[in-house]
Design a protein around this ligand. Structure first.
Ligand code: NAP
Length: 325
């Protein structure tokens, strides 16, 4: 009998068919139906799950006693309790690499949009305010040759460094726990401590995962150390930044602007003060959201699950020690 798998995100038909070649598939739109009876029955028998979002914690896992593998259609896996997965011997796979370049493009879009006030001035044009030659109230600030500070020099950080160095002649600083030889040799990136990064960056670009160590890594104290002309870009996870402290800093002029793809609560509340600020560009977590990349991520996650449940997984595994046991 084929192993039973719960799919909790819509997939293109051919990818669903690929899963069906290997598994008995139970499809759901998301984890919002978590407590519905059909979902719970499917979960009770599932050996694999595949999807994205939702909180996969011990409570959830208790409802899935036969689970052997979880495949998330994302690179970030902060919604999984990895320790609980390890204790139960459940393999977790994710989709690094296939989304790196697209997320880096999104980050550069935020850099340009905030510095040149692209969204704000386009809205002014639509509102009929462009009546004469523009005056300085329409001006932005330069991007090229400014210093970019990358907090979290991983795959995405490296792709941002490449764009910044070659595309915009920007000096690159970075803070990571390890030094990254490729960033240093190819993009002339310089490693520094967080205080130096905060003090010297014109653009502080956050590409960190959310972990216990990175939660609220940027709070009031850190924001106060930034240049008043600096722009903060966050495309890592919302909770790496203390959002209330960021709102205060943007309102008080502690920093100049922010470009945000991620938030502490998603979707962002309509009542968020961030939406009232002209110096904020807020995106709905579109880092990897292109047709090509979302397809590549889904295909990668499907292959990951097949490999995990057939015992052939060699890459994209978050907790490889589980396999070795
Ligand atoms: P990655 O290759 O693992 O890079 C993350 C880097 O962060 C690592 O290289 C690590 O470098 C650094 N890091 C981790 N903890 C740190 C700490 N405490 N202090 C300083 N540096 C630390 O992952 P990635 O593929 O670049 O993705 C990064 C994150 O971006 C994901 O985890 C996800 O949360 C987010 N993301 C967002 C979107 C979006 O749509 N906005 C899309 C994809 C990913 P060291 O080990 O040297 O410290």
């Amino acid at each position: 009998m084929k192993p039973s798998v719960v799919l909790y995100k819509p997939l293109p038909a051919e990818l669903r068919q690929r899963l069906e070649q290997h598994f008995t598939l139970h499809c759901f739109d998301g984890l919002t139906s978590e407590n519905s009876q059909p979902f719970l029955s499917a979960l009770a028998n599932a050996e694999g799950i595949i999807g994205s979002g939702g909180k996969i914690d011990p409570d959830f896992l208790d409802k899935a006693p036969r689970l052997r593998a979880a495949s998330t259609i994302s690179v970030g896996y902060d919604n999984f309790d990895v320790e609980a997965l390890n204790q139960r011997g459940i393999v977790l796979t994710h989709t690094p690499t296939v989304l790196t370049e697209t997320v880096a493009d999104t980050i550069m879009a935020l850099v340009l949009a905030t510095a040149r006030r692209v969204v704000e001035v386009a809205e002014r044009v639509k509102a009929g305010e462009w009546q004469d030659n523009i005056d300085s109230s329409w001006f932005g600030v330069d991007v090229h040759h400014k210093t970019i500070g990358i907090l979290g020099m991983g795959r995405i950080g490296l792709a941002v460094a490449q764009r910044a160095h070659f595309g915009f002649s920007m000096p690159v600083l970075y803070t990571s726990r390890r030094s990254h030889a490729e960033a240093e040799s190819r993009f002339n990136a310089h490693r520094c401590d967080l205080d130096t990064l905060l003090a010297e960056s014109d653009f502080l670009c956050i590409t960190l995962p959310l972990t216990e160590q990175t939660f609220h890594m940027i709070g009031p104290e850190q924001l106060a150390k930034m240049k008043s002309s600096a722009i903060l870009i966050n495309a890592g996870r919302g909770s790496v930044v203390d959002e209330q402290a960021l709102i205060d800093a943007l309102q008080n002029g502690t920093i100049h602007a922010a470009g945000l793809d991620v938030f502490e609560q998603e979707p962002l509340s309509q009542n968020s003060p961030l939406l009232k600020l002209n110096n904020v560009v807020a995106l709905p977590h579109i880092g990897s959201a292109t047709h090509e990349t979302r397809y590549a991520m889904a295909a990668c996650a499907v292959d990951n699950l097949i490999a995990a449940l057939t015992g052939t997984v060699t890459e994209n595994c978050v907790n490889p020690l589980v396999i070795e046991k």
